[in-house]
Design a binder for this molecule. Structure first.
Ligand code: ATP
Length: 294
């Protein structure tokens, strides 16, 4: 049976701060996200059984109705008005629960594959609207590239300029597991629910200027992640990975999302590869990536 196969690319946050904590408990964020070419592969095929079947060789993700791919497929068929009968196969490479949006990337790729399999009934805008409440990063994973993100992740703006050619080394510390809701709860407690808080506007403006000028030094000097104020301060492994990246020649290094993944930006491929090999020798999952707009 014919299958549609899509790459599901991960992301890093070059900037991540909080605009406000909303009354419903969610947070309006201000973020600059960048797609990287570390990807899962999602294959979707029609089957004869009236069900959504999720298969993955990676036992670290659920294959039941809690998988993000399952959830988006359910909504897709509800909107299409037909009974679901598909198999979704996920080849997992992006580190799980690491701040690189692996689950959201799988959700976005599943929607793209389903839309192709059923002769494109929906626009990208429709796909964003149907999925934004399932995973906050799904809208960005559908659009991809270098984008300014606000709201809870559903407001996506283009940025003038483009991300310069570079090598983005991503590494996930072993034995550090961060739950995103717990990380937000910790921020709420440290920042007193963000009452009267102002996000780092100057840093964001400098970062946007760096992207506009395609100036990698300006970009790395303006990166910011509020989650580092709590998570990496208490996590020695995150701090060690950051300092190792800088020692190997990264122009800048930061935690992605709510962590614990760390990325380092290198202009020199050999330096990025040396650092990557060092991490692998020490059993740390790592990969030297390229920024992508695909
Ligand atoms: P983000 O950067 O968007 O906050 P993340 O990279 O921290 O996300 P994910 O890898 O997306 O985290 O996984 C978060 C949780 O979602 C995991 O605990 C996992 O069990 C669950 N999950 C459900 N479906 C998937 C999927 N297809 N891939 C990865 N995780 C999934």
């Amino acid at each position: 049976m014919c299958a549609v196969k899509k790459k599901a690319y991960g992301k890093i946050n070059l900037f991540l701060d909080i605009e406000e904590r909303r009354n419903d408990g969610y947070h309006n964020i201000m973020s600059v996200m960048q797609t990287v070419d570390w990807c899962d592969t999602v294959s979707v095929s029609k089957n004869n059984d009236p069900e959504i079947k999720v298969i993955s060789s990676n036992s670290g993700i659920p294959c039941d109705s809690s998988n993000i791919a399952y959830k988006v497929a359910k909504v897709f068929f509800e909107k299409l008005g037909i009974a679901p009968a598909v198999t979704i196969e996920i080849e997992k490479n992006i580190p799980i629960a690491a701040g690189m949006a692996g689950g959201s990337a799988d959700g976005a790729a599943t929607l793209e594959a389903l839309n192709e399999l059923f002769d494109s009934p929906f626009s990208q805008k429709d796909l964003i609207l149907m999925s934004q409440n399932i995973g906050a990063d799904i809208p960005f994973c559908l659009v991809k590239g270098t984008k300014l993100i606000s709201g809870i992740g559903e407001i996506i703006e283009n940025i003038e300029g483009s991300f310069p050619e570079c090598f983005i080394l991503c590494a996930k510390p072993n034995n550090v597991n961060i739950s995103t809701p717990a990380a937000y709860r910790e921020l709420d407690s440290v920042y007193r629910n963000f009452v009267g808080y102002s996000y780092e506007k100057n840093k964001l403006e400098n970062l946007l200027m760096g992207i506009r000028e395609e100036n990698i030094e300006k970009i790395t000097a303006s990166m910011y992640n509020i989650f580092e104020k709590t998570q990496s301060a208490i996590d020695a492994d995150v701090a060690t990975i950051k300092s190792t990246m800088l020692k190997y020649g990264a122009l800048g290094a930061m935690m992605s999302g709510s962590g614990p993944s760390v990325f380092g930006i290198f202009s020199d491929e050999a330096k990025a590869n040396s650092a990557c090999e060092f991490f692998k020798r020490n059993n740390i999952i790592a990969r030297s990536c390229r920024p992508t707009t695909k």
